[in-house]
Write a protein that binds this ligand. Structure first.
Ligand SMILES: *[C@@H]1O[C@H](CO)[C@@H](O)[C@H](O)[C@H]1NC(C)=O
Ligand SMILES: *[C@@H]1O[C@H](CO)[C@@H](O)[C@H](O)[C@H]1NC(C)=O
Ligand SMILES: *[C@@H]1O[C@H](CO)[C@@H](O)[C@H](O)[C@H]1NC(C)=O
Ligand SMILES: *[C@@H]1O[C@H](CO)[C@@H](O)[C@H](O)[C@H]1NC(C)=O
Length: 443
């Protein structure tokens, strides 16, 4: 499927419906992001420990890399490969008239927005009430003949009813079945002011089965395809969004995703690189030229960089992957460099997930120069990763490099969300530019 052209088609399709709302949204709007391990998340497991959470994130990160690899393989059906429990953030969405507030999983790797709706006879259990379309005056079904219906990767039975039905399945056998509809979504703008966006396409799920998590009432797709929230908002938000992810070690703080004029990032420390929309799939690549440690002039050249060619990126930027994933040879070079620079005693991870760990039991503050900065030199943008962005505590005395090898799962590289913490990261999908600016995302 030619998703790239669909992407632009979608922009023109959605504009007509959203124009009336443009004038009210001049200041842009935002949505809070809640980390899955945050005490604010209904899923919060108070018995979990930093170690168990970090180890779980290792498996999720590898799972996502494998997903992206399969997605990039034109011969397989990408939409069926996502594992629904493999996510990092939840967001609050308000939907319907009058608006109902609910919590949904954020997925930057898929497109369809869906919620469980009444009647739901065979559905996974969720913590919040089901969405009742009959109680909303702005709910409308979508006919089979609508072009939006054919944008669904697998659209179900269109013969018995004239409404557009979907059957959307996931890599582990989980699935959702329902009808495609349009609704009004409400977002926070300036404090105490809501912006209503009519005619957002979403799936009203009436049947589901599989590994869905009871904390999410549904899922919001933020990838680059036609049905994703970002693409549907399109011109109305000037094709711009940004997010700021607070440090995971202080995860009671919510992050934020901004749309429209709120999503413009500029400042003396902002750097800009090209965003590359893969022509086969809906996620975003960057071009990483090299990696350096503590300003070392002998930087590590990143694989398959096409000497200035911007046609293909070599690393995916993904907020839904925790760890940064790079080629094994690059990781080994990085470990060699860090081993000579860092003077702390090395310890090994008993489970061998992490290849480089240090004993920090005698260190008061890792910020005080014990751990060097690592710079990712993207095309036109040097991004300085502080210890917070490159290392995570396995336990109180053990600090490990939060970057892992893609050995055994193909050659996909991912710039993960630990690396993105405390940066304002702005996507301009018209200019296809990504701006990164160091920030304090706890504020
Ligand atoms: C792509 O998919 C085909 C068919 O399933 C498979 O044979 C091939 O190994 C896959 N390639 C990669 C790189 O995964
Ligand atoms: C977490 O963030 C809050 C608010 O910024 C701050 O007051 C608190 O000290 C932080 N806690 C840690 C452990 O950093
Ligand atoms: C790479 O680009 C630089 C600058 O444009 C050029 O001088 C160099 O010859 C190129 N190298 C290769 C291998 O093409
Ligand atoms: C790391 O980078 C930050 C921001 O650029 C800088 O303030 C800090 O001094 C650097 N730390 C070291 C150890 O070089």
């Amino acid at each position: 499927m030619e998703t790239f052209s669909l992407f632009f088609l979608a922009l023109s399709v959605s504009v007509a419906g959203l124009l009336p709302f443009l004038s009210t949204a001049t200041s842009g709007f935002y949505v809070d992001l809640i980390h899955r391990d945050s005490p604010l998340s209904p899923s919060y497991d108070s018995s979990s420990t930093p170690v168990s959470r970090l180890r779980a994130s290792f498996h999720r990160s590898r799972g996502r890399a494998a997903y992206f690899l399969r997605a990039a393989n034109r011969t397989t059906d990408i939409h069926s490969k996502i594992f629904p429990n493999n996510y990092e953030y939840l967001m609050t969405i308000s939907i319907g008239t009058p608006p109902i507030k609910t919590l949904a999983i954020v997925d930057t790797g898929s497109d369809l927005i869906w919620l469980q709706c009444t009647p739901c006879n065979q559905c996974y259990t969720q913590l919040s009430p089901l969405f009742d379309p009959t109680a909303s005056s702005s709910y409308n079904t979508v006919p089979c003949s609508d072009s939006a219906c054919t944008a669904l990767p697998q659209y179900g039975d269109c013969s018995s009813k004239s409404n557009c039905n979907y059957q959307y399945s996931y890599g582990d056998g989980s699935y959702v079945i329902g009808e495609l509809a349009t609704e009004t979504f409400s977002f926070d703008s300036i404090p105490n002011q809501q912006v209503n966006v009519p005619n957002i396409l979403f799936g009203c799920t009436h049947e589901s089965q599989g590994t869905f998590d009871k904390k999410g009432a549904g899922l919001v797709g933020l990838a680059g395809g036609q049905l994703s929230l970002i693409t549907q908002l399109g011109d109305a938000v000037k094709n711009k969004f940004s997010y700021c992810l607070p440090p995971l070690n202080n995860n009671s703080i919510t992050g934020r995703i901004n749309f429209g004029t709120k999503a413009v990032v500029s400042g003396p420390d902002a750097v800009i690189t090209d965003l590359i929309h893969s022509d086969t799939e809906n996620f975003f690549f960057l071009n990483l030229e090299r990696i350096s440690v503590a300003g070392d002039s002998e930087a590590i050249a990143f694989k398959s960089y096409q000497n200035g060619s911007q046609e293909e990126g070599n690393i995916i930027i993904d907020s839904g992957t925790t760890l940064t994933i790079i080629g094994d040879d690059i990781l080994q070079s990085l470990i060699t460099k860090l081993s000579t620079v860092v003077k702390l005693p090395q310890v090994s991870d008993p489970q061998e997930m992490f290849s480089l760990c240090f004993d920090v039991s005698r260190v008061e503050r890792i910020e005080d120069g014990n751990i060097p900065n690592i710079t990712f030199h993207f095309y036109g943008a040097d991004v300085v990763l502080k210890p917070l962005n490159a290392f995570m505590n396995l336990d109180e005395r053990t600090l490990c490099l939060a970057m892992i090898s893609n050995a055994g799962i193909g050659d996909t590289s991912i710039f993960g969300n630990v690396a993105q913490q405390n940066f304002n990261i702005a996507y301009d999908l018209s200019a296809m530019k990504l701006t990164l600016e160091p920030a304090d995302c706890t504020g």
